[in-house]
Design a protein. Structure first.
Length: 449
């Protein structure tokens, strides 16, 4: 049985492990030749495949909780300018990595910011140009993050026309007072109508993003949000823990500490949502997702093929993830690569026909091994030790978590118990050699609960 004090004890700043090593510990940026060689090698294997992420950074207004890479503007003249830059970046890669034209693209994802900042015409131009160059996998999936306040049926139609089958809607919370505090008034009808439109147009899967831990959320108000969500029955739900990082996102300083639920109070919101969602038939996936039982994420969990990358949990594991656009992150089996985060630097590089490299990391053998282990634990709650020395070290390092019944250590494996699920990220730290060798000197990570 979990006590409140356990939530307080383990509510520590820890990474979310969408990559390993985590971004603050990247140290060896690949040269251009190395990065291109890594992509070409990864895609030279039989049966290799890839995914693409396109980042659209623009949003018309700022939600005060937001931790994403955004540019707040109402200037829609930027649309053509940015689509041209993305297409130029794509041309650079197309020429340097010929396999992008021949190896199957399994997944295409548009994220942001707000991808529906782009009009139906801009979306069509961007996507039809790229898709004309590539070969789609037979189970190809294309998804987009949309802000329901700024998405029209025409945009959804344009997306459907180029083969999009998944829509992810930012909802966060249905309560008006919470919405006022996060500067995001989004009446229930807007979300409902867009959900109806997406279903009518034949989108296969609808996801809602919700956040727990926002200012003024109570068990009563958040319970209502969950009930409304269940009524609308999205296929998937991402139930994110509010990541409070005011040292990176100054707008978050507008929240008063006393208004923000923390530790056991915050986790109570997740547990309430979990109880109601699972009672309504949803399956809990990883540390913050839920899906209907016949949804691909649930099937991937059951078949132990769940994967995790920069976009979060996914049922698609590919050899390469190519990220285009400001701040986008790409990954190969041997390295990570991030684009320039500052608009002017990104633009200058693309205009000069250069890859817009900001930073990256070439993985060494230890990184590759630990990356696999953290991935396994994050997706399956269980992982094998590489040898008995690692098991002994885990017994020592995780002794408190074992004593508190949050993890179990057998002869060969480390397993996170049901009670330990809220502390999955804490258990992963055991495999994080970079973090264990050197604690960050300043605040970097949000807290685990
Ligand atoms: C790019 S936004 C989604 C699309 C669109 N911009 C919108 O807001 O509807 C991605 C998601 O990240 C989540 N998110 C953003 N900042 C967060 C934070 N500080 N903590 C937890 N989740 C966050 C939100 O749930 C948000 O819907
Ligand atoms: S939550 Fe979405 S709309 Fe709001 S600022 Fe962040 S990216 Fe933009």
């Amino acid at each position: 049985m979990l006590t409140d004090s356990l939530f307080k004890k383990y509510d520590l700043p820890v990474p979310r492990y969408t990559s390993y090593p985590t971004v603050p510990y990247w140290s060896i940026t690949p040269s251009k030749d190395q990065w291109i060689e890594h992509l070409n090698t990864a895609l030279s294997k039989d049966q290799s495949s890839w995914s693409m992420y396109l980042h659209i950074p623009y949003c018309e207004s700022l939600c005060t909780f937001c931790g994403c890479n955004t540019i707040i503007t109402k200037n829609h003249q930027l649309e053509d300018f940015y689509v041209d830059l993305l297409l130029k970046e794509w041309s650079l890669y197309k020429n340097l990595v010929p396999a992008f034209a021949t190896k199957p693209l399994k997944q295409l994802h548009l994220g942001g910011g707000t991808p529906t900042f782009l009009s139906a015409e801009s979306l069509s131009r961007l996507l039809s140009t790229i898709l004309a160059d590539i070969k789609k996998d037979q189970n190809f999936e294309a998804s987009i993050e949309v802000d329901p306040r700024r998405t029209s049926k025409d945009q959804l139609k344009a997306l459907k026309q180029v083969g999009f089958n998944r829509v992810s809607m930012g909802v966060q919370d249905f309560n008006h007072e919470v919405q006022r505090l996060i500067n995001r008034i989004q009446p229930y009808e807007i979300t409902k109508n867009l959900t109806d439109d997406a279903r009518e147009l034949g989108f296969d899967s609808i996801n809602y993003d919700l956040i727990y831990g926002l200012a003024q959320q109570t068990l009563k108000s958040f319970g209502d949000t969950i009930d409304k969500t269940i009524e609308l029955r999205p296929d998937r739900i991402a139930l994110y823990s509010f990541a409070l990082v005011p040292w990176i996102k100054p707008a978050q300083r507008l929240f008063k500490d006393e208004d923000l639920p923390v530790a056991d109070e915050k986790r109570g919101l997740y547990e309430l949502a979990r109880t109601r969602l699972t009672a309504a038939g949803y399956v809990e996936i990883g540390m913050d997702h839920f899906a209907l039982p016949d949804e691909n994420l649930s099937l991937a969990l059951k078949n132990k093929t769940l994967h995790r990358n920069f976009m979060g949990y996914t049922d698609h594991k590919t050899d390469v993830l190519l990220g285009l656009g400001i701040s986008s992150i790409s990954e190969s089996p041997y390295s990570f690569h991030q684009n320039e985060k500052v608009s002017a630097l990104y633009e200058a590089a693309i205009q000069a026909d250069q890859l817009p490299t900001h930073r990256g990391h070439v993985l060494n053998l230890e990184d590759i091994e630990r990356r696999q282990q953290i991935l396994k634990l994050m997706t399956n709650y269980e992982v094998s030790f590489i040898n008995s020395d690692q098991r002994k070290s885990a017994q020592h390092y995780l002794a408190e978590m074992v004593k508190d019944n949050l993890v179990e250590i057998t002869e060969t494996t480390l397993k996170v118990t049901q009670a330990g699920k809220p502390f999955l990220r804490n258990a992963c730290v055991f495999f994080d050699e970079h973090l264990k060798r050197k604690q960050p000197e300043s605040k970097i990570f949000s807290k685990s609960i």
